[in-house]
Design a protein around this ligand. Structure first.
Ligand SMILES: NC(=O)c1ccc[n+]([C@@H]2O[C@H](COP(=O)([O-])OP(=O)(O)OC[C@H]3O[C@@H](n4cnc5c(N)ncnc54)[C@H](O)[C@@H]3O)[C@@H](O)[C@H]2O)c1
Length: 347
């Protein structure tokens, strides 16, 4: 399988290392508009093609999969071009900033019979495996989940492009809710196994800058008989990750590298590698790529990643709409039967 990485920054560099650890895959090309990053790419991929434009790559051909690792604003146009040129696409998160864009991209993948797969790598993290095990067999019926991601600032991109693009609405599409919130939302969708009925959200922006992207967000996903609370901050003054699930018969809680749990086997304490150890989460790539490969081999399952992309975009778009009306609980935007048509109803 021949892959092209588009965007050779932090995520793109991590991806090149990741592909080296999976058999049967060759990174054949890297597309990168910034000269400094092209030089880095040429050093790290001496026998591959390194080029400035996606059109050049697609005209030459010779790749099966395009892996989109650009800032969010370019995800949809790059993925769209690659799908229509006949490539399968793996795309960094958030795949799309709006539900309408997500649905349009999914429709493009469908009509060109190509797989669109999100780089939802927290889904194959050790944290997620433990949470999943607890929910599947250990804590009884899931009643609540709580995810808390605390940072003293946003992650910075590479030198040679715009290291602070995460603060640009134009490039990032939103702030921490879209950046880290995306991971929390698809994790919740997988754990609860359904879309929430209602969302409420408040966000915090720098004082006096209403147009700035959100630096804090508090989201409640209400599943009817269960809730998931997500708390995110780029201004917490510390770096910490907490994930917990509580059920009728126990709980599991992850505090960075420490896991505490209580269930049918009594109390447990385990150690875990902290997700803060490596920004590109290299260890989580082989299991995610294995899932991509399995999904690719079974077109009957291509709707699974598509549903997750659309579901995540629906939750986040609804959360921003709730924040815009002071945190009121809202029913999910969108109507699956009418792609791109939005409805919002306060509940
Ligand atoms: N899943 C994860 O754990 C994870 C971790 C880090 C980043 N990300 C995601 O990866 C993406 C990139 O983030 P990053 O931290 O690597 O940013 P970065 O700034 O480090 O790198 C972005 C790269 O994309 C290049 N680029 C910009 N416009 C481009 C275009 N139109 N076509 C091709 N390349 C272009 C830039 O020159 C730069 O080299 C974002 O969507 C981010 O959310 C995900």
């Amino acid at each position: 399988m021949k892959v092209a990485i588009v965007g050779f920054g932090t995520a793109g560099g991590g991806r090149l290392s990741g592909y080296r650890s999976v058999p049967g895959v060759e990174v054949a090309a890297i597309v990168e508009p910034a000269a400094e990053r092209r030089r880095a790419a040429a050093e790290q991929l001496p026998h591959g093609r390194v080029m400035a434009s996606l059109d050049e790559l697609l005209a030459e051909g010779g790749v099966d999969v395009v892996d989109v690792c650009t800032p969010p604003a370019y995800h949809v146009p790059v993925a769209h071009r690659a799908l229509t040129a006949g490539c399968h696409v793996i795309c960094e998160k958030p795949v799309a900033v709006s539900l309408a864009d997500a649905q349009e991209l999914i429709a493009t993948a469908r009509s060109h019979e190509r797989l669109l797969y999100p780089s939802h790598n927290y889904g194959t993290s050790p944290m997620m495996r433990l949470l999943r095990q607890a929910v599947d067999a250990g804590i009884g019926r899931l009643e609540s989940a709580r995810f808390q991601i605390l940072r003293d600032r946003h992650a910075r991109g590479v030198h040679g492009f715009r290291p602070d693009w995460r603060r640009s609405r134009e490039l990032a599409g939103g702030g921490i809710l879209l950046d880290h919130g995306t991971h929390c939302v698809y994790m919740a969708l997988r754990l609860f196994g359904e879309l929430p009925a209602k969302i409420s959200c408040t966000v915090g922006r720098p004082v006096g800058s209403p147009d700035a992207v959100d630096e804090e967000a508090a989201v409640r996903m209400d599943f009817g008989s269960a809730v998931c609370d997500i708390e995110l901050s780029w201004r917490a003054g510390l770096r910490a990750n907490h994930y917990s699930v509580t059920g009728t018969e126990g709980f599991l809680r992850i505090d960075d590298d420490r896991v505490t749990a209580e269930g049918p086997d009594g109390p447990q304490v385990l150690d875990l590698a902290s997700p803060s150890r490596d920004q590109t989460h290299l260890d989580w790539f082989p299991p995610m790529f294995a899932d991509f490969r399995q999904t690719l081999a079974d077109p009957g399952r291509w709707h699974v990643p598509a549903d997750e992309i659309a579901g995540t975009a629906r939750v986040i778009e609804t959360a921003y709409r709730s924040a815009a009306v002071g945190g009121a609980p809202l029913a999910l935007v969108g109507d699956d039967t009418r792609p791109g048509v939005h409805t919002v109803s306060p509940v």
